[in-house]
Design a protein around this ligand. Structure first.
Ligand code: ASP
Length: 311
């Protein structure tokens, strides 16, 4: 099965219904079906999460790749990570500005370098050396994100979360639009991938949890594959994704119990909001969040997909 998320956040009451909500549902449905299809044909969890996150990056509705939020300085700085639960191999990139699909760069770091994480210009030249597509720095811009950034600057509101409250069912200015996917394949291997533009109006150079292995992304066949979305700094301080695995390994907790404990007992008490998606090798799924909504979809091979936005 595969599970995807398109970020967590508060609801925008004025945009609760209608066409826009349907756009999110359609996008989530299409993408989860693509991942389901890869798994149905015997593809690996790693390939399924890579492709799902690549498609989420391509979709301007979500804050990753095209449609990424702006930094305070008016640019886009993207982060992504991927981990293979079978081999415990991992790769990540951070602060990249011209790679069309940061998740492919993260996978490239994992498979074609001796390193786990590359940043900035070095990550970009490595990715372009692998033949990944280069785009102009303004490729990621959309009018909605521009307006959101201007609003944040005008209100002097510091770093804020994603999207446009007038049109997004989840309040744009209080939304974490990171995307992610976790999957479990036929062989019982799990994988996780996470990609983000970060937070609107973030300081240039700021790195959140998303590209940090163990914070916003983690996978181990022995426990779980996890992808997070939310207040990045709190997820980093709690090493949230790894903590799900650790609670299972050391505490004997089930996937559901471990995932809930991380969101409600570790993230929430420190003032963090957001959620995570997690699967284990037995095919269990957990999707806890303490925000009012989280864009999410589940696709078990051979079953109908399940899409959710609100609590
Ligand atoms: N966790 C992300 C970050 O802090 C934000 C998000 O989930 O949208 O960069």
């Amino acid at each position: 099965m595969i599970v995807i998320h398109g970020g967590a956040g508060a609801l925008a009451r004025q945009a609760m219904n209608g066409e826009r909500e349907q756009q999110y549902r359609d996008a989530l449905g299409l993408i989860v079906r693509r991942g389901q299809g890869i798994l149905a044909q015997g593809g690996s969890a790693l390939d399924a999460v890579t492709e799902a996150v690549r498609l989420l990056e391509e979709c301007p509705l979500f804050n990753a790749g095209k449609g990424a939020v702006y930094t305070h300085q008016g640019g886009h700085e993207l982060d992504a990570a991927i981990m293979d639960g079978h081999t415990l191999a991992a790769g990540a990139v951070s602060g990249v500005t011209r790679i069309r699909n940061p998740i492919l760069a993260a996978r490239g770091v994992m498979e074609h370098s001796p390193h786990v994480m590359l940043i900035g210009a070095g990550a970009e030249s490595f990715a372009f050396g692998l033949g990944l597509e280069q785009v102009a720095a303004d490729y990621f811009s959309t009018p909605e994100r521009y307006a959101q950034w201007r609003r944040a600057l005008d209100n002097d509101s510091g770093a804020v979360l994603d999207h446009d409250s007038a049109s997004d069912p989840i309040d744009a200015d209080r939304k974490f639009g990171t995307v992610g996917a976790v999957a479990c394949d036929e062989a019982g291997h799990v994988a996780a991938a996470t990609s983000t533009g970060g937070m609107t109006n973030k300081q240039a150079g700021r790195v959140g949890d998303s590209p940090i292995i163990g914070a916003g992304c983690y996978a181990d066949d022995a426990t779980a594959a996890v992808s997070c979305t939310g207040t990045g700094e709190i997820f980093m301080r709690r090493v949230a994704a790894y903590d799900v695995a650790a609670q299972m390994a050391y505490g004997g907790h089930t996937l559901m119990d471990a995932a809930q404990r991380v969101i409600f007992e570790k993230i929430q008490p420190l003032g963090g909001t957001g959620g995570l998606i997690a699967v284990d090798a037995a095919g269990n799924v957990a999707l806890p969040f303490n925000s009012e909504g989280m864009y999410r979809a589940i696709g078990y091979v051979g079953s109908d997909i399940d899409i959710g936005i609100y609590r």
